[in-house]
Design a binder for this molecule. Structure first.
Ligand code: FE2
Length: 341
């Protein structure tokens, strides 16, 4: 299959308090709002995003992933991708023009995640006062708050990690880069997929809830580990609490940092990681004890990191229960360290 998808273009998330979420992304994290609709829906961009926006925050009762939009590699690739999705029995819908980009095909995949594909989208044109001195930069570098460069990836939650990876690889050509399986049981709890040379732009964690279409986190990019460390510091100074990190994942080898926005959604800032161009790459299977989540193998991931969104109704969150990492059932906390050697 020729490459159908080029990269992740934008994400839309829901917040019960759009104004607070948008203000957080602007003032505390360092994105720039470019448009706000009458219902509060806010379009934001990082200074290095190539298109007009990369994040849409819209009103909703709960934190949720409303849409993940991917740019195709060509106009023909859009047609082919849509046909391949429909051939699997997923109907989808064509939109002529919406949210500032051209014709798109939107569908909800087998695990309940809504994905939109488009080719036609304008390049970002910076206002004169924000124009960069460098020709390739969409906008001048920002030093505001964490100043993320651009949108990086999204990690969803699905009831069958291998099934999700297989469907998106077969139908849309994602390369599956790695799996993580529990140390003590043959249960696949994590996988990473990519459309390009990045170690991943689509992650999937095991979802033990009954709710389809959930998301674990959305992620932005910064250029260096030093900037990541400063971002963690600045977020703390801005009143945010860091949920996990800074540290380095074994899978993908990115440096990472996780925190929450006021609507409850988990946000990641990351940098580094390997580049992988191997067309017939075979995904290896990691174990938590190998450092899949924390490359130094010396700390367990906080229990709260297993929460996905919208919340699992009726089940208290890990933070509400005050669960101590390592005391919860392994399926609920699949990343806890087991049998470290
Ligand atoms: Fe991530």
């Amino acid at each position: 299959m020729t490459n159908l998808l080029a990269h992740l273009a934008h994400l839309e998330i829901a917040s019960h308090d759009v104004a607070a979420t948008a203000a957080f992304f602007e003032k505390q994290f360092g994105l720039r709002p470019v448009q706000t609709d009458d219902d509060g829906t806010t379009y934001l961009r990082c200074w290095g995003d190539y298109y007009p926006y990369s994040l849409v925050v819209s009103p909703g009762a709960e934190p949720a992933l409303v849409n993940m939009a991917w740019r195709t590699t060509s106009a023909d690739a859009l047609e082919e991708a849509a046909a391949r999705v429909q051939a699997k029995g997923v109907e989808g819908a064509w939109h002529d023009k919406r949210q500032g980009h051209g014709r798109s095909f939107q569908f909800t995949g087998p695990y309940g995640h809504t994905m939109e594909l488009y080719w036609d989208v304008p390049q970002h044109q910076a206002p004169a006062e924000l124009a960069s001195v460098f020709p390739d930069r969409p906008e001048r570098r920002s030093s505001h708050a964490a100043a993320p460069r651009f949108l990086d990836h999204v990690t969803i939650a699905a009831s069958d990690v291998k099934g999700f990876a297989a469907w998106y690889s077969e139908v849309l050509g994602f390369r599956t880069m790695a799996f993580t399986e529990l140390d003590h049981a043959e249960i696949t709890v994590f996988s990473v997929l990519t459309t390009n040379e990045k170690s991943h732009d689509l992650g999937v964690v095991l979802d033990s809830s009954q709710r389809p279409g959930r998301v674990n986190h959305i992620a932005f990019w910064t250029d260096s580990v030093q900037e990541l460390l400063v971002a963690a510091d600045v977020l703390m100074e801005n009143g945010a609490s860091i949920e996990y990190g800074p540290s380095i994942h074994g899978v993908g080898e990115q440096s990472f940092l996780y925190f929450r926005e006021p609507g409850g959604m988990r946000v990641e800032l990351n940098t580094g990681g390997y580049r992988n161009y191997v067309p017939d790459w075979q995904a290896n299977t990691w174990k938590p004890s190998l450092g899949s989540n924390s490359i130094y193998r010396n700390s367990a991931m906080p229990m709260s990191m297993t929460e996905s969104f919208p919340p699992d109704e009726g089940r208290p969150t890990a933070t509400e229960e005050g669960i101590v990492p390592g005391t919860e059932d392994a399926i609920l906390n699949p990343y806890a360290q087991h049998g470290q050697g």
